[in-house]
Design a protein around this ligand. Sequence first.
Ligand code: 8YV
Length: 315
Amino acid sequence: MDKPDILQMAPYPSWDIDALERRFSLHRYFEAADKDAFVRDRAERIRGIATRGEMGAGRSLIAALPNLEIIAVYGVGLDAVDLDAACDRDIRVTNTPDVLTQEVADFGVAMMLAASRGVVGADHWVRSGAWAERGYYPLQTRVFGKRVGILGLGRIGREVARRCAAFGMDIAYCDLKERGAAEGWAFIPDPAELAGRSDILFVTLTGGPATRHMVDRAVIRALGPAGLLINISRASTVDESALLDALETRALGFAALDVFNGEPRINPRFLALDNVLLQPHQASATVETRKAMGKLLYDNLAAHFEGRVLPTPVL
Ligand code: 8YV
């Protein structure tokens, strides 16, 4: 069988690689020392790109591959793929929606509980011997009954809201239009107003120019010194320097973050703070969900090269 040449932008777990290698000829971009030369050397042969949500495929890479037919994203976010460049050349784009929705929502709630109840700090308290030497861990903050704001009531935001409702929390959300009436969730069209009535603000927006810095200084100020900000979407949705200023001055109470500008090399100012919970972009990172994502990436590529309907097309 013909093995189409695929540019593999980043590593995948071994089970995905085994399946992909049986069907495709993989070119490991991420292992190349000179990436431009690597692409140049195989530019004519490459017919597909297999990438990850945070990595995508930019305009210059797409332009460098004259025979590119498909970009398959292992992830739901498309903000790092230049969709206009793909569209101009009728290049197909696929992602992995739905299979990660519950996982990311679970992780958002895990971050809320861990941040509110001081789970990480309390673990250090026990390990360091402080429990025996200094006594009980400082009292933390209750979650049930608190007011939650969901910024972006898409697939993931909706699942976060459902989970928070089960915790007996009061739910409000901001989106382009009202979409939580059936559940009785309050629709607040303005992000700063939503933050002002929230104890905890979840950011579950799609990344990209339309949502860039939607969490700005005004939103952060409105959330306030007792507020908790949780970001499980994209770093671009938050003005990171405003966030750092607010955390350093305690104008914002606490932030639980799974995404960062320039990740994995995050701003070192975060590391000096004791009012943050820092996670390495792992909201969808379970064996079960990553297997489902890998299978969907494979199925999209295979469907394309076999002339079948794509399971989850974007373009
Ligand atoms: C993944 C993501 O961590 O779905 C996305 O857009 O950012 C995450 O689920 C990522 O795509 C895998 O690297």
